[in-house]
Design a protein around this ligand. Structure first.
Ligand code: PLP
Length: 258
């Protein structure tokens, strides 16, 4: 056992069902033998079907927590999930700018059950303030289209998000129709990669959080961005294949050690 394991700093919402958010991060990172530095960006009221309410953390509290934490412990990577409000963005950006580690950002905008999780101006604020600091952005197709409403297609959305400053965009297709789930990554050198995954019969809660955390885990372990995106998808697909039922709605990725 490592005395000083790699660490990933996670800023995510708390889902009492334990499927998405910070618990998804902690479980995914623990499965990779990585320690999580945990910051709660929002408390939520939800079940396995949908989110009913999001209560954002006070940005001043987040700032104080980050200052105290980062004065004592340095992360090897950062993962951003649901951010409670646009007012948190300048605080988070200021701390990220002082770290020189890879940042994975899952731009959580809407719950799989349909509930809006952020206010109207949030997508533009995220693009302007955070994307220049992001290494890998992991929107699903609906999130990519909401972030880039004037994108002609998903490739156009990817190009616009790269132009905002992030290094790589992985657009996942779990929320699109089709027998396979088709994921695309877009890089600044204009390279596109495509993955086809068999579509599993269930619907899932917390799949996107699990994927972004698995990519952050691989980056913290020293993988290249390409390898991390590959390995993160493989790990998540395996977790979805052994998904567990906790509530009566969607299933939760099986992240516990086999
Ligand atoms: N709650 C929290 C805290 C989340 O971070 C997310 C998504 O990232 C959700 C709920 C919604 O998850 P899903 O769309 O997988 O149900």
């Amino acid at each position: 056992m490592l005395l000083s394991p790699p660490r990933v700093l996670c800023l995510s919402g708390l889902d009492p069902m334990g499927g998405a958010g910070l618990q998804a991060d902690i479980e995914t990172l623990a499965a990779h033998r990585i320690h999580t530095l945990s910051l709660v960006t929002a408390l939520t009221v939800q079940d396995s079907r949908n989110v009913r309410r999001v209560v954002a953390t006070d940005p001043a509290l987040l700032d104080e927590q980050l200052s105290v934490l980062l004065a004592d412990a340095q992360p090897d990577a950062v993962k951003l999930g649901l951010l409670g409000s646009a007012a948190q963005l300048p605080v988070i950006a200021a701390h990220l700018a002082r770290l020189s580690v890879p940042v994975v950002c899952d731009p959580v905008l809407r719950a799989g059950g349909g509930a809006a999780l952020v206010a109207d101006g949030f997508p533009d604020a995220l693009r302007g303030q955070l994307l220049p600091l992001v290494t890998v952005l992991t929107p699903n197709a609906a999130e990519a289209r909401r972030l880039v409403p004037d994108g002609v297609d998903l490739a156009g959305c990817g190009a616009a998000l790269l132009a905002d400053g992030c290094a790589r965009v992985l657009i996942t297709g779990g929320d699109e129709p089709g027998a396979s789930v088709v994921n695309h990554s877009y890089g600044r050198d204009m390279t596109t990669r495509r993955w086809l995954w068999p579509r599993l019969p269930e619907t899932f809660h917390g799949a996107g959080c699990t994927l972004a955390s698995a990519i952050a885990a691989r980056l913290a372990l020293g993988d290249s961005v390409d390898d991390a995106i590959d390995a993160g998808q493989r790990w998540t697909q395996a977790a979805l294949a052994r998904a567990i039922a906790v509530g009566g709605g969607r299933r939760i990725p099986g992240r516990m050690p086999a």
